[in-house]
Design a protein around this ligand. Structure first.
Ligand code: AMP
Ligand code: ZN
Length: 473
């Protein structure tokens, strides 16, 4: 299996640190708003990477954080007259809903920055003790020049960085030894949430949380660290500097970065979707128009390192493609029900041919997770099934084809449910009432369980001022 490693700029054979195991850390969102579909791209991509490793028999540990303390969260809390923790909790819940809709697996850990404050203080102290960090007026900075390999991920040269920084003086950071140094801990300002530390009552910088969460949940050295390509510098460069200086061992063996999801601007050019440009569509916006599974499928239609351009036409084409796959699945389900017997010789030969599509799928995924080619292999398998099955097919044959198709679309994180076993309207409303009751009684576990069950059945819930509305996908 080959992975393009940003650290070396090459496609490399994947060799796990520990045989049969893979440890993956993916930078997650800052939770002050509904996530946009650009933020959803790394979620979908790296969940698919995770699924493929599991399919290949690896024992996968996957960690992706929520940044739940940050300037933007505090700003949003002040605007809303809420506190930062309330804002973060609310948007984590919303993000979990979006991830459910996108088919992001539950088999992963989502730690919060605020849950690892003591561990962050420990790592900062280690960095100070080793001479990689220093305190000045309650702020702790990382001493960038002390870390000899700084720039190894982004390929940036320290002197060029210095030139870029010369005139920049950030208010409150006048006491830095060097303009290149970055913040590990900062003292609170009036009205901000804060935690006690040996240096000041304050809060951690952004970069340290990922170094600490990776260490806590995965260990000092991990197999894969991933995120969007905008994170290469400075975030991932700084994570390497922190983790390798503190732990004394290489941090991540493979660095994977997804390209941007782009959208057309007024001039007709495609540009990165981002909150700051204001050109974003939230996952929730898209869910009003399409099942989120279509958004997932759209994203898998491109190689993850290439940019992907969002448009209604491409979403329509993804919806049609997904429909073709689901129709084939339904056909097989029906055949499985009504046919009998074991596979004929011709059918056995066909099954060998069908298995070649699985090999093509695996070859594509083995080549740096080329989901575009993997999806093409699934389409060809669907075509093959459609032309090589009919009412005279045997049950064994239909079962085997069904198994191949389900296992491949399962790797892509697409549901194998075709809508059979649908809930009746009264059942849905009964469950929604039960969920409301559970929420009233603060039984959030039960409330979430019901929500998940409804999502699994293709029911989209929307919390409005007038109560919960629902619709079928
Ligand atoms: P943020 O909340 O901005 O830190 O972003 C969370 C994740 O989404 C990071 O891995 C970003 O690199 C990624 N991301 C943000 N915008 C885009 C985009 N337009 N396309 C792809 N990935 C993005
Ligand atoms: Zn991170």
């Amino acid at each position: 299996m080959k992975i393009y490693n940003t650290l070396t700029g090459k496609k490399e054979e994947f060799v796990p640190l520990e045989e049969g195991k893979v440890k993956i850390y993916v930078c997650g969102p800052t939770v002050y708003n509904l996530i946009h579909i650009g933020n959803a791209r790394p979620m979908v991509i790296f969940d698919t990477v995770r699924r493929y490793f599991a399919y290949k028999g690896y024992d996968v540990t996957y960690v992706s954080n929520f940044t739940d303390i940050d300037d933007k969260i505090i700003k949003k809390a002040n605007e809303d007259g809420a506190d930062a923790a309330e804002v973060a909790t609310h948007f984590i819940e919303e993000c979990n809903r979006d991830m459910d809709g996108l088919g992001i697996g539950k088999d992963m850990v989502h730690p919060l920055a605020t849950q690892v404050i003591p561990e962050m203080i420990d790592m900062i102290q280690t960095l100070i003790d080793k001479g990689y960090a220093y305190e000045s007026n309650g702020t702790v900075y990382y001493r960038v020049r002390k870390f000899k390999c700084y720039g190894k991920l982004s390929g940036k040269n320290i002197d060029d960085l210095e030139a870029g920084h010369r005139d920049i003086k950030v208010a409150g950071e006048e006491n830095k030894e060097d303009n290149l140094d970055f913040v590990l801990w900062k003292p609170k300002k009036e009205g901000e949430p804060a935690w006690p530390s040996p240096w000041s009552d304050g809060r951690p910088g952004w970069h340290i949380e990922c170094s600490v969460m990776a260490k806590k949940y995965l260990g000092d050295s991990i197999d894969i660290h991933a995120g969007g390509e905008d994170l290469i510098f400075p975030h991932h460069e700084n994570e390497i500097a922190q983790s390798e200086a503190a732990n004394g061992v290489p941090f991540a063996k493979y660095w994977m970065h997804n390209g941007f999801l782009r959208i057309v601007n007024k001039e007709g050019e495609f540009e990165k979707m981002s909150k700051s440009l204001g050109n974003f569509l939230t996952v929730r916006d898209v869910s009003e128009k399409y099942p989120l599974e279509v958004l997932r499928f759209f994203m898998l239609g491109a190689h993850y390192r290439n940019p992907i351009n969002f448009s209604d036409e491409l979403m329509e084409s993804a919806a049609n493609g997904l429909d073709r796959i689901k129709t084939c699945l339904t056909k097989l389900e029906e055949l499985k029900e009504k046919t009998a017997g074991s596979a004929s010789d011709d059918e056995k030969k066909n099954l060998e041919e069908a298995d070649a599509f699985r090999s093509r799928f695996e070859e594509a995924m083995d080549d740096d997770f080329n989901t575009a080619d993997a999806v093409a292999a699934v389409f060809d398998l669907v075509k093959f099934i459609n032309t090589n099955t009919d009412d005279s097919s045997s049950k064994e044959y239909a079962d085997s084809l069904y198994e191949i198709l389900c296992s491949l679309i399962g790797v892509l994180g697409l549901s194998t449910s075709t809508g059979s076993g649908e809930l009746l309207d009264e059942e849905i409303e009964g469950l929604i009432n039960e969920r409301n009751e559970a929420r009233k009684n603060k039984d959030f576990a039960r409330a979430d369980e019901i929500r998940d069950l409804l999502i699994d059945k293709g029911i989209i819930l929307e919390d409005t001022r007038d109560g919960v509305r629902w619709k079928r996908r």
